[in-house]
Design a protein around this ligand. Structure first.
Ligand SMILES: C[S@@+](CC[C@H](N)C(=O)[O-])C[C@H]1O[C@@H](n2cnc3c(N)ncnc32)[C@H](O)[C@@H]1O
Length: 215
């Protein structure tokens, strides 16, 4: 992402920016003023189109988010802050309309279960299914799991486990992996699962445009 920030002004014609860079420009993002992904969504969609739950485990970061959600530019949104782990979230309400579940675990651990931390394991992927199940009945949507800094074996295990546990359980789900190489050769992988191939195609095209611009 820091690469995108650096390249935002250099490589893209202004009228043809990928959406995330349009948002970065509007927010005037820099590596010192690095926006939460919520701010990117607000900038692109408008606050009134955002409702749901934001989870943040870290008390200091949760406080910053709470302040932001009270700010004028967030007026009209219906976002609730869950200060705690996503694993303690409980059932999410049924949504009628488009939905997104987006997660940012630091990495994947190839083990059955573990402590309530910032990594994701097999049992967690089954917990994610419980979150997605009611949404999956409401309308088109997508589940995104961004996992960072994985060597080749860990990356393959992550993708295989998502394919095994998540994909068959989201109705007509398809998986698309968006990948980039981190410093040292490890992979950052975004696993995107949706029953709607137009969502997957749109995100893949945007991802490829970003990759072209940053190269
Ligand atoms: C990679 S960061 C990304 C945060 C956010 N998506 C953004 O755009 O800034 C991951 C975040 O997850 C939080 N976190 C870690 N473990 C968590 C958990 N079990 N439940 C909820 N949040 C957690 C961390 O405090 C951190 O802010």
């Amino acid at each position: 992402m820091k690469g995108w920030l650096r390249h935002a002004g250099l490589h893209y014609p202004l009228d043809d920016l990928p959406a995330v860079l349009t948002a970065y420009k509007k927010i005037m993002a820099t590596s010192q003023r690095y926006p939460n992904s919520l701010e990117v969504l607000r900038t692109l969609l408008g606050p009134e189109r955002l409702r749901g739950v934001v989870c943040e485990f870290d008390r200091g970061k949760a406080e910053v988010l709470r302040e932001r959600l009270r700010a004028q530019e967030w007026k009209g949104s219906a976002l609730e802050l869950h200060e705690g782990s996503w694993r303690t979230l409980g059932p999410v309400p049924l949504v009628n309309g488009p939905w997104l579940v987006s997660m940012d675990p630091m990495t994947y651990m190839a083990e059955e279960d573990g402590p309530d931390d910032d990594r994701i394991r097999r049992a967690d992927l089954r917990r994610v299914l419980d979150l997605v199940a009611p949404l999956d009945r409401g309308g088109p949507g997508a589940l995104a799991i961004f996992c960072y800094s994985m060597d080749a074996a860990r990356r393959d295990a992550f993708v295989d486990t998502v394919s095994e546990i998540i994909v068959p359980s989201v109705s007509d789900g398809n998986l698309r992996c968006l990948e980039t190489t981190a410093r040292g050769g490890n992979r950052h992988v975004g696993a995107l699962i949706s029953q709607d191939t137009s969502i997957l195609d749109g995100v893949t095209a945007a991802w490829e445009a970003l990759a072209r611009g940053a190269s």
